[in-house]
Design a protein around this ligand. Sequence first.
Ligand SMILES: *Cc1c(COP(=O)(O)O)cnc(C)c1O
Length: 464
Amino acid sequence: MGATSPETGRQALLRALPSIDELLLHEQVAPLGAAVARPLLVEACRSAVQHARDQILLGQTEPFDPRSVSRFLEALARPNLRPVINATGVVLHTNLGRAPLAERAVARIAEIARGYCNLELDLDEGERGSRYAHVVELLCALTGAEAALVVNNCAAATLLTLGALAQGREVIVSRGELVEIGGGFRIPDVMRQSGCALVEVGTTNRTRVGDYEAALTANTGLLLKVHQSNFAVVGFTEAPTTAALVALGRARGVPVFEDLGSGALLSLHGEGLTSEPTVRSVVEAGADVVAFSGDKLLGGPQAGLLVGRREAIERLAKHPLNRALRIDKLTVAALEATLEHYRDGEADTAIPTRAMLTTPAPVLQARAQVLAAALTAARLQCRVVATVSKVGGGSMPLAEPPSFAVALMGVAAVEVHDALRAGAPAIVARICDDELWFDVRCLTEADCHVVASRVAAVVRGAPC
Ligand SMILES: *Cc1c(COP(=O)(O)O)cnc(C)c1O
């Protein structure tokens, strides 16, 4: 017989593909059925054969390998949402889920999730209770506010406040604060959605109390102050303090709402960090309502916290939108446990985000050396480099806390990074000048060893 044409070869390969029933009985495949449910194995066989068919049509000349089923099975059995090792140095990384929770918060979620709880039952009185009651007292004590409410996230908190306090009325805000937070959350759009008329005052860099005063009308519903969160205006700038807006609002009978965003419950002192107004300072300045996120600097679960004056918070609580934005029991559980750490004065050690943001540079350097030693032991070339981390999550955009990273040398950075991201556990690092850098700020020492062994496996081309 002469040489077969590519077309005949392709037809032969396609004909040789096994049926799903044959494949299920194959000696490389059948044993996999011992550990997984049959429908999953069938699905893996289908995917493996389909993939092989697609490859053959694209010109692949290797015959089908039944061992590939296990690879598809692994991918199918793996949850879509899974842990990631964060070697980016961005602490509140929104794409990576923002704040990792304190151990106590994790344990509380597990305990509450497993069974029933007193979410809306007052156990002392045997009467219906409020889901917010579990955290209101702590929030008031920690911020000095008269009242508090919690909704799904800070975007929801803003939407609710605008809708409840200023629907059909004008809201005055500085041109320097018409921000887009990320994920398409733009203050002007939220205003429209809430049925409020946006009244812009001042300029991008300078706005004075007099600008708000001149814009006040009988139809003004709210004075709004928005934390710039993810950007900064530097240089020739001016913005009124919350206290100055409150004085104006009180004189004219208009409430003041501050969207504080990242919201530090306590001031945060660490090298390279910038100062953030604490929630308490804004409450003390007299804002009627202050909104901030649960999973940014606070370091708790995703939530939108609202604190302020009793009358204003009660209006929010009674608004129909509040029911649609309410938090679930797992959020209440995690939030209460997180707030307890603040109450007990152990926030900087017990809450991971605060601990990571305040880790001193020498500790980070020692951790980078641990990672470098593990990589070196695996015969990989690397060096420890000084760098800066980022706070992330739209917080402290100018902060550059000094950190240390390990730069991997002599490898194709992008390819190795792709493989690390796609494997298990997934690792996300940073490409810097065509090198792969692992910032150690958000790594535990155990993570360092996992990173080293996964890098070694990837670079050697071993399956992992
Ligand atoms: C981050 C942020 C928000 C949105 O908070 P989420 O909790 O992500 O919904 C709103 N306003 C400001 C100023 C922010 O920084």
